[in-house]
Ligand binder design. Structure first.
Ligand SMILES: NC(=O)c1ccc[n+]([C@@H]2O[C@H](COP(=O)([O-])OP(=O)(O)OC[C@H]3O[C@@H](n4cnc5c(N)ncnc54)[C@H](O)[C@@H]3O)[C@@H](O)[C@H]2O)c1
Length: 254
């Protein structure tokens, strides 16, 4: 028996949203939220509009909040509107509607300032770090700063409003479900470190729906040989045991 049955997913038609809608469908009653009409049933909500958000989560026990501008290059106006205003409105609506748990799509970019070479999606091989969740944040973009805001507003609402909050620092999930899409590009090393397979993504969100916690941060990357994040605390606290490794995709190529 699932801890929470009725689960809302915002940004349900995005890359992550489609993976979760498919992967979690058999276990939970999912309610999709999208900004525009899509090819599956969904409720239309602009999450930066307080009037549209009000009442949207009635009857839900948990919400997975994915809706955001996901680009590390996002300009301030977009970050402010979709990411900052969005997570604030979502937290408020969770409290109003009695949602018990909010799962927030945070990012690896909150700590990527240590590892970049030139742009946010390159990795400096001379700086291979083994980063932990307890290491200080080191955002590489306004996008990353907005995700740190999300993690912290979640902390506030978990302490003051009793909302259970889980922030997932997601690596890099691609529609094609293979790290080979960046082969030979400047982003290849980065994707080999941050790759998140679709099944590991679903498994991590399932853990986030089921774990017993009030507030938790975790890394959500596959078990990549080249990962820069230490998964020990995530394995212990979230119970997430990733199955895939980006390197196997490269060794299987003729
Ligand atoms: N894809 C990744 O590798 C990755 C990595 C780390 C974190 N994330 C985070 O995961 C989440 C989903 O990422 P994605 O790759 O699926 O992005 P995506 O752009 O494919 O999907 C995001 C969806 O959110 C919707 N949206 C954006 N702003 C909205 C608003 N104000 N109101 C309503 N809907 C809105 C968009 O229409 C879009 O469908 C994002 O929060 C992103 O920051 C993604």
């Amino acid at each position: 028996m699932a801890r929470y049955q009725s689960v809302g997913i915002t940004g349900a038609n995005g890359v992550v949203g489609r993976v979760l809608m498919k992967g979690l469908a058999g276990e939970y009653q999912l309610k999709a939220f999208t900004r525009r009409p899509v090819d599956f049933p969904s409720t239309l909500v602009n999450f930066e509009q307080a009037s549209e958000v009000r009442g949207a989560f009635a009857g839900l026990e948990a919400v997975i909040h994915l809706a955001a501008d996901p680009s590390p290059a996002a300009p301030w106006e977009s970050v402010r509107e979709h990411n900052l205003e969005g997570i604030y409105q979502v937290c408020e609506e969770c409290v109003r509607s009695g949602v018990k748990r909010l799962i927030f799509a945070s990012t690896n970019h909150t700590q990527h300032g240590n590892t970049i070479r030139t742009t946010p999606e390159t990795l400096d091989p001379r700086k291979r770090l083994h980063m932990r969740l307890s290491d200080p944040p080191n955002p590489d973009s306004l996008y990353a700063v907005s995700k740190l805001f999300g993690e912290n507003i979640g902390k506030l609402y978990s302490q003051q409003q009793g909302l259970e909050f889980i922030g997932l620092r997601i690596g890099w999930i691609v529609e094609a479900n293979t790290p080979l899409v960046m082969r030979g590009t400047p982003a290849e090393d980065y994707l080999r470190a941050m790759f998140l397979s679709h099944r590991d993504c679903v498994a991590a969100h399932r853990c986030a729906l089921e774990v017993d916690t009030r507030y938790l941060l975790a890394y959500v990357v596959s078990d990549n040989d080249r990962r820069v994040f230490d998964l020990e605390e995530t394995r212990r606290a979230l119970g997430f045991a990733p199955q895939d490794d980006a390197e196997t995709y490269f060794t299987e190529v003729p």
